[in-house]
Design a protein around this ligand. Structure first.
Ligand SMILES: Cc1cc2nc3c(=O)[nH]c(=O)nc-3n(C[C@H](O)[C@H](O)[C@H](O)COP(=O)(O)OP(=O)(O)OC[C@H]3O[C@@H](n4cnc5c(N)ncnc54)[C@H](O)[C@@H]3O)c2cc1C
Length: 445
């Protein structure tokens, strides 16, 4: 393999293990993943992506695609293969008049929000700024504005895509079937070098985080559930459960309200729950709301597994609280994202994301640092997810949070049988050799 040949033909840069930048460029969000690709192609345009695909094909190299590097399965990096790294394609252009943003395939939510907030505009994205726009959108996208404006992929109106044979195609009016597949079907069909989004006016929100300790955690989650059931589409809400070092439970609720009522009853209900420890909810800029969560990159080991659920009964809340102490040490947390509001109002035939009828996305997220705890932490996650399964909406999980070892049945169930077969037909059209298999894979029909 002549890497110099690739260096000469790429406008961007090419890294191998000889280069000082190599180690930083192969790090994934999840420290459980430690892979060494043969070559990293840091592309700067569609031509580079096509060249990188061509090089990989010629030399029989496996391909991985890196957007923001956040996928917990570590799909952004592979051993011995070629990484198509989009981290130098992060420009976000805003067409204020048309209400559209065009985001480079490697842009992050911080890039996106910075560009769009300069015009007082938003699209519903992820809650952590360093997450990739591409990966998150292609897997669905749940965040602080889900109730208001739907899933991120519902706001995707077009994309420029380089398919593994190097062809540039456009999803949108030119190819509605591809756009349908990109709205939730993952990075299965090609590399999106540009993603176009519909924008909405928004500058300020009432949001932040409320934390509750002790048994207040149980009550807070019950209130969160009831608020989500009755809230309109001007309030998005997420919640989480964990335990402290003494294994005492604590919970958080993160509302994001965009209505006109200065004192909405839903926020009053959350604030008056017993055990409220800290009230960080206030009127602030949307860009501040996007900083409520953060998570260190590449430092912790993670293993995630979850279910979309039909309901969140007291029994399930109690089960989750019990599971959090099962290891005798804090194992991580449980994230609960409400899917009320706009996701339910969107025509489901517009995209492949099949989970919108579910009430909540419940995700078990183990986090640890010591490799000696790998097996125990992974087993805890699996057992806790199994405890949620009786309430599962479809048996499928959220593809954006799936680990590499999820069986194909879980991916199929995430989309539903009919949509999965339709995705497989689309895959046959754009990637018949399954060159893009390092993802929540849809094998070609
Ligand atoms: C800290 C953290 C916070 C998160 N927050 C949220 C959240 O608020 N809401 C939510 O819904 N999800 C969230 N996620 C999950 C996240 O959406 C997925 O893990 C997603 O895959 C990350 O995208 P990425 O581009 O950063 O990841 P990468 O690991 O770089 O990419 C993952 C895969 O996506 C595909 N991909 C990425 N970019 C492109 C592209 N331009 N063209 C084609 N394929 C591409 C490729 O298959 C790639 O292997 C979060 C994850 C983390 C770790």
């Amino acid at each position: 393999m002549n890497v110099d040949e690739l260096r000469r033909s790429l406008a961007g840069s090419v890294l191998t293990s000889e280069d000082p930048e190599y180690d930083a460029a192969r790090v994934s969000f999840n420290a459980l993943v430690d892979r060494r690709p043969a070559v990293i192609a840091q592309c700067v345009g569609t031509g580079d992506v096509a060249t990188a695909f061509d090089f990989a094909r010629t030399h029989g190299l496996e391909v991985a695609v890196r957007g923001g590097g956040h996928n917990p399965a570590g799909h952004c990096v592979c051993d011995d293969g070629l990484v198509i790294d989009l981290s130098r394609m992060r420009t976000v252009e805003v067409d204020e008049g048309a209400g559209i943003a065009r985001a480079g395939g490697g842009s992050t939510w911080l890039d996106f929000d910075t560009a769009t907030q300069a015009f007082g505009l938003v699209t519903p994205g992820g809650v952590v700024g360093s997450t990739g726009v591409g990966g998150l959108t292609l897997g669905g996208g749940i965040g602080h504005l889900t109730a208001q404006h739907g899933l991120t992929c519902d706001n995707l109106i077009g994309a420029e895509v380089v398919t593994p044979d190097g062809t540039v195609v456009h999803a949108g009016p030119e190819d509605g079937e591809l756009l349908w597949g990109l709205r939730g079907g993952g990075g299965n069909f090609g590399v999106a070098t540009r993603l176009d989004f519909r924008l909405h006016p928004l500058e300020r929100v009432v949001g932040g985080m409320l934390t509750y300790n002790g048994n207040g955690g149980r009550d807070a989650l019950r209130r969160f559930r009831d608020v989500a059931a009755s809230a309109g589409s001007d309030l998005s809400c997420q919640a989480g459960l964990s335990v402290d070092e003494s294994l005492a439970p604590w919970a958080w609720v993160a509302p994001c309200y965009t209505g006109t009522n200065g004192d909405p009853k839903e926020l009053r209900a959350l604030r008056s729950a017993p055990g409220l420890m800290e009230d960080g909810v206030r009127a602030h800029l949307f860009s501040d709301q996007q900083r409520v969560f953060d998570s260190p990159y590449g430092e912790n080991r993670h293993y995630w597994k979850g279910h979309f659920v039909r309901e969140l009964p007291d029994e399930l809340i109690d089960e989750l609280l019990q599971r959090l102490t099962a290891l005798g040490r804090p194992a991580g947390g449980i994230l609960i994202e409400s899917l009320h509001g706009a996701p339910k109002d969107t025509d489901p035939s517009n995209g492949v994301a099949g989970f919108r009828p579910a009430a909540f996305n419940v995700s078990v997220m183990a986090t640890w640092q010591d490799p000696a705890l790998d097996e125990e932490s992974i087993q805890w996650t699996r057992d806790t997810a199994a405890a949620i399964e009786p309430w599962s909406f479809s048996g499928g999980g959220y593809v954006n949070y799936m680990q590499e070892d999820e069986p194909i049945e879980r991916v199929r169930a995430a989309f539903g049988d009919e949509a999965f077969e339709r995705l497989r037909a689309l895959k046959r059209r754009y990637d018949p050799e399954n060159a893009l298999h390092r993802n929540q894979n849809v094998p070609p029909l």
